[in-house]
Design a binder for this molecule. Structure first.
Ligand SMILES: Cc1ncc(COP(=O)(O)O)c(C=O)c1O
Length: 463
């Protein structure tokens, strides 16, 4: 029987019913107040065992990480002083630091002088706002102001459409839903064998839909959620320029890896995108929420501006990042990112980013040498997709096998992996975010998955 070695549990492994039972005392709001010491004791006993342990090398499934030291330092200072930052009235230093940070990030990532950035709550929200700006521009092309007339201003709103990879993140479905375009307006593009947008298919789709649909945005993903693939940004940007279409790059997961010199070539053309989203709360370990939206032309942020009599009054010359995004309450996310980047310095930052990429690359190389394990694609970033296929295992049962391996590993609660679907194939997926994760850690999981699969395969034969 496949034996899981003794390991620190990744969480208690308790069932949802058991977890609910343990946590109920925490929500007895009618009770008298507790001292902080008593509260800590209660949390330690009832909640902590059920929290996921991101900091151990067997956490290999998601984009979450323990906060980086410098980032944690900044987050605590924000809580002690000004955790909110919208405008000068709320936090003069906060407002100015966010503005300076946005511009400095644009320089760091190689955007032109006219570019600017703002902080958003999450990648989903950043993508939604990018699509909103793209739609706004489409309305301008059609000669009206989207903010005033809404979708009714379009001659035929059912023609509105966004083209994106079939592997694009589900947040784009949220975006078209909430913008009133609907999911019928999200048109998938084929991907190549490395799960990157097939540029020929983009051209074909644009031709095919010409005169039939109004494509107001093309979304390229710089690090897809399922496989970490980076769409070919440069050729896509050129096509968008030729067809005068807004290009959004969803770099929520993978954008920062462009700072690693060996991977920079994958991101060429990013400076041509009209908008780019990026989540420092993913691979950089910045406390949540920490998400950034870059725009190639800073004046495009003006489409999001709403002046108020009590707040954000028109004509106030003071720095006001709150005019660049919808919320009036905005977290001081810039501070933890600033302290993290300044604490590490660029060299260490690049090393931190490089480590998981190197671990994934080495694991991919080692898998290629292994019998019975199939690498699904060559990884662009820090995600590795593979299938366990024992010798002679029937083709029509291979997806089932990956599901079985996934369920077994997750139910054992000693390590986490994930699964996804690429085309017709269910595949197992490993994610490297922590800089301390090594190829040995990842290979150990692959080896364990293989032993679980072998057991399943033998039990099938004896049935
Ligand atoms: C490519 C991509 N885009 C967008 C998102 C959404 O980001 P968030 O979880 O911060 O809303 C994710 C999340 O995993 C993602 O991988």
């Amino acid at each position: 029987m496949a034996k899981e070695q003794k390991k620190t549990p990744i969480f208690s492994g308790a069932s949802p019913e058991q977890v609910a039972e343990d946590l109920r005392p925490l929500v007895e709001f009618e009770e008298e107040g507790l001292s902080l010491a008593a509260l800590h004791q209660l949390l330690e006993k009832k909640l902590f065992p059920h929290l996921m342990n991101y900091d151990i090398p067997t956490f290999q499934s998601m984009f979450n990480a323990i906060p980086e030291e410098g980032a944690k330092f900044g987050a605590v200072i924000a809580l002690q002083h000004n955790q909110g930052v919208t405008n000068w009235q709320v936090s003069p230093g906060g407002a100015m630091l966010e503005e300076l940070c946005g511009k400095a990030l644009c320089r760091l990532f190689g955007f032109a002088r006219e570019a600017d950035a703002t902080f958003m709550y999450c990648g989903t929200y950043a993508n939604q706002n990018a699509l909103y700006l793209a739609l706004h521009r489409q309305a301008e092309i059609e000669g009206f102001d989207l903010n005033q007339r809404g979708l009714q201003g379009f001659k035929d709103p059912s023609r509105l459409a966004v083209l994106t990879s079939e592997d694009a993140h589900l947040s784009l479905r949220h975006a078209v839903r909430t913008l009133g375009v609907g999911e019928q307006g999200l048109i998938p593009l084929k991907v190549d064998e490395n799960r990157r947008i097939d540029v020929d298919n983009l051209r074909e789709k644009l031709d095919e839909l010409n005169g039939k649909r109004d494509i107001f945005c093309v979304v390229a993903t710089a690090g897809t959620t399922s496989s970490g693939s980076v769409d070919p940004i440069m050729p896509i940007a050129k096509i968008c320029q030729e067809s005068d279409t807004w290009l959004h790059v969803d770099g929520a997961y993978g954008f920062a890896y462009c700072l690693v010199p060996e991977r920079e070539h994958l991101y060429q053309g990013r400076e041509l995108a009209d908008s780019v989203s990026w989540d420092p709360h993913k691979q950089l370990g910045i406390p949540i929420p920490n998400s950034v939206l870059f725009l190639r032309r800073q004046e495009d942020f003006g489409r999001m501006t709403i002046f108020g009599d009590y707040f954000n009054p028109e004509g106030d010359p003071k720095p006001n990042p709150g005019l660049k995004s919808p919320p009036t309450t905005r977290p001081f996310s810039a501070l933890s990112l600033v302290t993290s980047l300044r604490y590490q310095g660029l060299i260490k930052l690049v090393e931190r980013l490089r480590a998981p990429l190197a671990a994934i690359k080495e694991t991919a190389g080692r898998i290629e040498e292994e019998q019975g394990v199939e690498l699904s694609l060559t990884p662009d970033t820090g995600i590795l997709c593979f299938r366990i296929i024992p010798e002679g295992f029937p083709k029509d049962k291979r997806n089932e096998l990956q599901e079985y391996v996934y369920d077994r590993i997750m139910n054992e609660g000693r390590r986490t992996i994930s699964k996804t679907i690429l085309g017709q194939d269910t595949v197992l997926r490993l994610v490297a975010i922590s800089p301390s994760l090594t190829a040995d850690d990842l290979m150990e999981t692959v080896g364990y998955a293989r032993s679980v699969a072998k057991e399943y395969s033998s039990s099938m034969r004896t049935k």
